[in-house]
Design a protein around this ligand. Sequence first.
Ligand SMILES: [Zn+2]
Length: 228
Amino acid sequence: MRHLAHGRVIVRFGRSTAQLVSGDLDILSAEERERFSAFRNLVRAVHFAGAHAGVRRFLARELGCRPAEIRFDRHPCAGCGRVGHGRPYIRYPRTGWELSLSRSGPYWLCAAADGVRVGVDLEPARRTGFAPLAPAVLSASERGYLAALPEHRRAAGFVRCWTRKEAVLKAGGIGVEAALAGVDVAPGERRARVRLAVPGCEVDSWLVEDLRVGPDHVAALAVAEPGV
Ligand SMILES: [Zn+2]
């Protein structure tokens, strides 16, 4: 497990084992255990349990409580009002900490910050068949960025754009119904300022950057820009 220091944002990149770790299930909520039991694929179930137990242990250290005590909930999605994909928050203990979680296979990525909205996304680096998606998802300048890359780097370039967009949308608490092509994440810049207005949120400017998580994955972190 690696810990990526990032100013006022704490980021944890973890990997679940293929077998259930003793005590993982014990610290999950009833709802998380239900989701664990609903998986048809045992390995996926174990990855789910390992990630959620890992997140609980990580947050418990920061919040000074026991992992099993933490209760999560979701705000309604700022776009469509549904709760299933809204921004997660910590219902107990009472705290101003914000969090975001993304999983890919056995890997999980969690960002947390006190009083600052955060979003993370983690995706496998190798993606094929993205070309048909590009016009609907990418802005004109992002398509230009991709076109300027050597062909063998375009798939990774697309995934970089995608993870950055997802990270911004998650920080904003809005589902993919936001017009993705309108969210320009300036993939050519190491740290980009992204404009996204979200209903009910006073912040409309987000800083997004890639996180280094090894050669097989691409990850991005978005943080509400302070004082804007
Ligand atoms: Zn929605």
